[in-house]
Write a protein that binds this ligand. Structure first.
Ligand SMILES: NC(=O)c1ccc[n+]([C@@H]2O[C@H](COP(=O)([O-])OP(=O)(O)OC[C@H]3O[C@@H](n4cnc5c(N)ncnc54)[C@H](O)[C@@H]3O)[C@@H](O)[C@H]2O)c1
Length: 321
């Protein structure tokens, strides 16, 4: 197989490229470099600079590289930006996906893997979120992921494409410092950012119905997530149909517990500031990891300290202290 990895120069995409090339899969990356960096890619992986919105380019790339499967990660991913610019998110995330799927169908490509998100669930009041928990996204970003899944499955049925939708939970860490997330949109880099500015980390609400009153999330190391893509790609290569899978550890960690691990890693143990709740934050969002183990033969191996330590090495490389 030859896999096209869209968003391959991004944070997660570069880890997927690495996991797949380490496993001797043939890959080519496509990225418009709006948020990605070519330096994240190994020298032997071709990078096509362009957009998933450019159908003619996609057709040329499929033909030139003999692409037989697609791993589609390219998307805009900032929740607040999606609330402010919903039409842009629908145009880029859904429009890009629709253009890509048309080109995939026309080229007769039979395998498609889609980056979805726990954001499709919204804020369900359950202990463990299974893939059958009803989806009710609470922002346009999550809506584009849920609509994207519908589109992927419909195109799969219409054109005989085998599909997998991976619903990632809270991604953190880096397989190598140079591959780390350079954005400050998730909790780990947000806390690093505060500490680097000589400010205390912030906790938004400590009166939730959880053991320590702070929100609980399921954190997944990006290197584990990349291995889940490899497992899913191999499943796609061998079987047909569609599959939707949570990618998490199945273990909840509270914001306060996470900040404690960050304090131990960085040596900066200043007490966090407790501020008001943010609208839309669910008290708890933890994956059931059972289907991933069953269907993909994949289980996360790395814990939160490893995520934080590797993310901290990446932060120091990109931001200094
Ligand atoms: N990071 C997370 O915590 C998280 C959680 C759940 C789901 N996801 C999803 O995983 C995927 C990758 O996220 P990431 O964290 O690596 O983000 P990222 O911004 O680092 O990577 C996205 C990459 O896609 C590229 N891109 C964006 N739009 C494009 C387009 N139209 N055509 C070509 N390239 C385009 C960007 O330049 C970037 O390199 C996204 O689909 C995101 O929604 C991420």
């Amino acid at each position: 197989m030859t896999w096209l990895i869209t968003g391959g120069a991004g944070y997660i995409g570069a880890h997927v490229v690495r996991a797949m090339t380490d496993a001797r899969e043939r890959v080519v990356a496509l990225d418009d470099l709006s948020a990605g960096f070519p330096a994240r890619l190994p020298a032997n992986v071709p990078l096509v600079e362009g957009s998933t919105l450019d159908g003619d380019l996609l057709k040329r790339v499929f033909a030139e590289y003999g692409v037989t499967g697609v791993v589609h990660l390219a998307a805009r991913k900032q929740v607040a930006e999606s609330v402010a610019q919903p039409a842009r998110y629908y145009r880029e995330n859904i429009g890009g996906l629709a253009t890509l799927l048309e080109a995939v169908a026309e080229a007769g490509i039979g395998k498609f893997l889609f980056s979805s998100s726990a954001a499709v669930y919204g804020n369900p009041d359950v202990d463990l979120i299974t893939e059958d928990t009803p989806c009710a996204p609470v922002n346009p970003y999550g809506e584009t992921k849920l609509t994207g899944e519908w589109l992927v499955r419909a195109a799969g049925r219409a054109h005989g494409i085998s599909t997998v939708c991976l619903r990632y939970f809270n991604v953190a860490g880096a397989a190598a410092p140079e591959l780390s997330d350079t954005g400050v949109f998730n909790i780990v880099p947000m806390v690093f950012d505060r500490l680097t500015r000589d400010e205390a980390p912030r906790i938004f609400g400590d009166d939730y119905p959880t053991p320590d009153g702070t929100c609980i999330r399921d954190y997944i190391h990006v290197a584990d997530l990349a291995e889940a893509h490899l497992a899913a790609a191999r499943r796609l290569a061998g079987r047909s149909g569609d599959l939707t899978v949570n990618i998490g550890r199945g273990e909840g960690v509270s914001v306060r517990e996470l900040i404690t691990v960050i304090g131990e890693t960085t040596g900066d143990r200043r007490p966090p500031l407790v501020e008001a709740r943010r609208p839309g934050d669910a008290p708890r969002a933890v994956a059931s990891a059972a289907r991933a183990a069953e269907e993909l033969g994949w289980t996360a191996r790395r814990g939160v300290p490893e995520m934080v330590e590797s993310a901290w090495r990446g932060w120091q490389l990109h931001h200094g202290r």
